[in-house]
Design a protein around this ligand. Structure first.
Ligand code: IMP
Length: 432
């Protein structure tokens, strides 16, 4: 087994950071392949909290190589802050440990500005993170983006920036009535970024090709979640990228046939930040209790926004499994959901067309459905010290088994707390 891909199987924030950190121990190389600093992984190791937005959290493990692939969009200021923060914790960040694809696109000041201006104009229509993610991918597709190869070449950078900025300033001033950005200011700021990033920029596709030939164990870390996928998610309330496992093939140049396991990470309940449909959402007291259950509450690690909370939705989880080829599950925050009694799970939707057991990709129809629930008694016990599935309280094991039966996928990892060690692992994903 050499390539394992983790994917969020809900709307992001499934607790992927911790699972990825846990699996990184067994990998040689950890790869990030899409998105940008809209993502946020919070990892707690020995009481110290690390938040990652771009660099794979595998960097916390000495000896691992971390790749930021061509499919990622990079805000240079943010990745440099991350490097500095790691260095301040005495974690080595050298070019032999961190490799950034020259083909990755750069988030420019006008991307962030336009993201915010559009959200303001529409009263927060999508509830984006305002990090410039959508506008950066728009430019990539429009073939006016600036890649890291361009950033680190001063002449090419100036030429490309001039061409694009002229167009963006017309939009910023003419459509939004805001102030034009100054070319020289951007050049000065981004030249400093280029000088620091240059040693890390390389051909990551070739590095991965060689590593695969050498049978290295590669872990691709998914960001956001299946329901935020630009094609398969609850469109238009999605991000701008392919968030399912297939995204690793294009976003990091990993041949699809090399992918061995696709680990879908699912929280034991459901959360969402930003706008968009959420059939099992709980807006009252129970939602508040879910938000605050467990040692770490449900607040976005990127924007700090309180997450919307609701019961686990198996209709959507079955869909994530099917559309993304998920063949193993990691269930997170089992400890937290155990604070609720009873625990409810949505097993189907009742709709004018009858019972719906999976999502058809048409988010317009959500206002016509009613979730159907089953209830589970809680175990109401601290399970954070349990390390073997057999030692879980009967009620907790039943809850996990029910998810397995309903999705047809084994839950190979169960997370019982935020710390790296608070994990039940039932199978070694890299060696099966
Ligand atoms: P964008 O990715 O900033 O364009 O935001 C688009 C939508 O995706 C918004 O609803 C965001 O809240 C959501 N989103 C983006 N990244 C994440 C993430 O890492 N976790 C959860 N939601 C996210």
């Amino acid at each position: 087994m050499s390539v394992v891909i983790t994917v969020g199987s809900q709307w992001g924030d499934e607790g992927k950071g911790k699972i990825i950190d846990y699996l990184s121990e067994q990998a040689d190389i950890v790869v990030r392949h899409q998105g940008g600093n809209n993502a946020g992984h919070t990892i707690r190791v020995e009481g110290v909290q690390h938040i990652f937005h771009i660099i794979p959290s595998g960097i916390l493990h000495p000896e691992k190589v971390c790749i930021v692939g061509n499919g990622v969009v990079i805000d240079p200021a943010v990745i440099l802050q991350e490097i500095d923060s790691l260095l301040s914790h005495n974690i080595s960040v050298e070019p032999d440990r961190l490799k950034i694809s020259g083909q990755a696109h750069v988030i420019m000041p006008y991307h962030k500005l336009l993201d915010s201006l559009e959200e303001e104009r529409t009263g927060g229509r999508l509830g984006t993170t305002r990090r410039g993610i959508g506008p950066a991918y728009q430019d990539k597709a429009a073939r006016i983006g600036i890649r890291l190869w361009d950033l680190i070449d001063p002449d090419i950078f100036r030429k490309k920036l001039r061409y694009t900025l002229e167009q963006k300033n017309r939009l910023i001033t003419g459509v939004y009535g805001s102030q034009a950005l100054q070319e020289e200011n951007i050049i000065e700021e981004y030249r400093a970024y280029a000088d620091r990033l240059r040693p890390f920029v390389c051909n990551t596709a070739e590095f991965l090709e060689i590593s695969l030939a050498r049978q290295k164990r590669i872990l691709c870390e998914g960001n956001q979640g299946t329901l935020l996928d630009v094609d398969h998610g609850t469109y238009p309330y999605v991000t701008s990228t392919c968030t399912i496992a297939a995204g690793a093939a294009t976003g990091a140049a990993i041949p699809p046939w090399r992918i061995d396991r696709i680990l879908g990470i699912a929280k034991a309940f459901q959360t969402r930040v930003g706008e968009g449909p959420f059939p099992t959402e709980l807006t009252g007291e129970i939602g508040n209790r879910l938000r605050n259950a467990g040692p770490v509450g449900e607040f976005g690690s990127t924007t700090g926004r309180p997450r919307r909370c609701g019961w686990l939705d198996l209709v959507l989880l079955r869909y994530a499994v099917r559309v993304g080829g998920i063949n193993a599950l990691a269930i997170t925050k089992l400890d937290a959901v155990g604070e609720m009694d009873p625990i409810r799970v949505c097993v189907a939707y009742d709709s004018p067309d009858g019972e719906q057991r999976t999502f058809d990709g048409n988010a317009n129809r959500f206002d016509k459905i009613t979730p159907r629930y089953v209830s589970f008694p809680s175990w109401k016990r601290d399970i954070s010290t349990v390390r073997r599935f057999e030692d879980l309280p009967q009620e907790a094991a039943n809850y996990v088994r029910f998810i397995e039966e309903e999705t047809g996928v084994p839950a190979v990892i169960v997370s019982v707390g935020p710390e790296r060690g608070e994990t039940i692992c039932r199978e070694d994903l890299f060696s099966r």
